[in-house]
Design a protein around this ligand. Sequence first.
Ligand code: BDR
Ligand code: CA
Length: 311
Amino acid sequence: MVKVLVDVDCGVDDASAIMMALADPEVQLLGITCVNGNTSVENVCRNTLRVLKACRRPEIPVFRGASRPILGNVLMAEAFHGKDGLGDVPDPDAPGLELIQKEGAVEAMIRIANEHAGEVSLVATAPLTNLALAVRLDPTFPKKLKGLYIMGGTTEARGNTTMCAEFNFAADPEAAYIVLNDFPCPTYIASWEFTCMNILSWDFYDQWLDQDSEKARFMKQIFQYSRDVSQRQLGEAGFAFCDAFAMAAAIDKSFVTECEEVPVTVELAGTYTRGMMVIDRMSYLKKEHKAFILQKVDMEKFKTLFMKALE
Ligand code: BDR
Ligand code: CA
């Protein structure tokens, strides 16, 4: 059994990552923590409850986390995910926020890691604010994790939010810095460039969404907005469900076939480069801890996991 905790800013690709975990009988999803990111933390909580409803898994606990980054202004990705963060498809029967746990996300992360010390894989598909707060509250927290799987960062300074920064790092650079420097556990990173190298075709998405299931119908609705932006405005040849790569790496050991093992940190001060992931290939920082940056993966395995998520 793979024990997973996921930190999201749900988001269509966060939704796909959650659905992937829930569809795998070998995965025990211990909880979902929410943070401000693609949209406000209230919307993120609501969206997460909607995903769980579509998957008929209302028993998974959802926790509310940070509503702002550690420093600086709130950055959201509504232009890509819709105003509500989930494609602006109204749902009059959406579960209410009273279903959110009373315990806060950061406290819940620490408690769950203590209860399952050495067994939990933390999948982070959002700005890393909750994780940074957790390590500041309990410096032993990262040592209790089996592994950390992050979607975020750039490897070649090819940003999707600023010139050089990927959204999850750009939205809270200080948090990304803290996590990349103070989490001594095995850390896997699915960078923006990596996800761009592994886009799937629109034909594949048609096949994926045309499955006869409640989950597929739900995904088809919420994905339409981002699909339109990608196809019409950006003219993309396909789509990268970024967050699902981090989840696939956490739940299927054989999915990742090649990584670069290297120390990483984050630029905090640059005029154009704030939030950019910096790779220390020549060990200037004399850091002992190295992250595993995903290079090659088994895309046939990914497609299988992805299809199963909506079955
Ligand atoms: C990341 O930012 C968000 O918009 C997505 O959900 C993903 O986590 C991609 O840069
Ligand atoms: Ca996300």
